[in-house]
Design a binder for this molecule. Structure first.
Ligand SMILES: Cc1cc2nc3c(=O)[nH]c(=O)nc-3n(C[C@H](O)[C@H](O)[C@H](O)COP(=O)(O)O)c2cc1C
Length: 183
């Protein structure tokens, strides 16, 4: 890996496999975290305050309207964007081409720079178990949430994954995003 071989890992405000996603990010070399404002709050709730994460990762917060860190994609710093976990809110914006948060901006700019993205969407089945702050709960994603996840699959340079194993494989098996999502 060279200095331009970094991974941008975007975290949104989702508790769904949040701890597991962070653990996976922590196993990879040269990962920078990009946090939505909701992510910064939710991370605190799940016992991962941003201050603590700064000891392990370089962190970009959503602190400016124009999302200045997207410039790093234009400089070729990142070979891959991972959005994990991805809230229904961020997925909906990404599908509509809206870039009004740090996370939706990095997704849009990654696409414009032909940097592949892996998106771990939260809403993948009509009925799911997910981790709330107080423990596991059953949720029922709406049709619009499920449709948005499906629509994202059609985006170029994007690979949508729906569970942790798939995310793990996408990250570790001989860099498959180079072949599978850039056609
Ligand atoms: C504790 C907690 C857990 C949450 N988990 C989820 C989740 O699993 N999926 C989801 O779509 N939204 C979840 N939310 C709601 C999002 O944080 C909220 O929609 C937020 O506006 C998303 O902003 P973002 O997409 O910019 O990160 C959660 C909120 C809280 C407070």
């Amino acid at each position: 890996m060279t200095d331009t071989d970094r991974i941008a890992w975007a975290v949104t405000g989702s508790g769904h496999y949040l701890k597991e996603c962070l653990a996976l990010a922590g196993q990879l070399p040269k990962v920078d975290l990009f946090l939505s404002n909701a992510a910064a709050e939710v991370l605190q709730v799940y016992g991962h305050p941003v201050k603590q994460l700064k000891e392990r990762f370089r962190i970009f917060r959503d602190s400016a309207a124009s999302a200045p860190p997207v410039g790093l994609f234009y400089e070729g710093v990142y070979k891959l964007l991972v959005v994990a976990p991805a809230t229904s809110n961020s997925v909906a914006k990404m599908v509509c081409g809206i870039s009004d948060t740090l996370i939706t901006n990095v997704y849009a700019q990654a696409g414009k720079c032909r940097v592949p993205s892996i998106v771990f969407a939260c809403d993948v089945a009509p009925e799911m178990e997910t981790e709330a702050p107080g423990g596991m709960v059953r949720v029922y994603p709406r049709k619009i949430d499920l449709d948005n996840t499906e629509h994202l699959r059609d985006f170029k340079y994007t690979r949508v994954v729906t569970d942790l194993d798939e995310l793990h494989d996408a990250l570790t098996i001989s860099e498959p995003w180079r072949n599978t999502c850039c056609s």
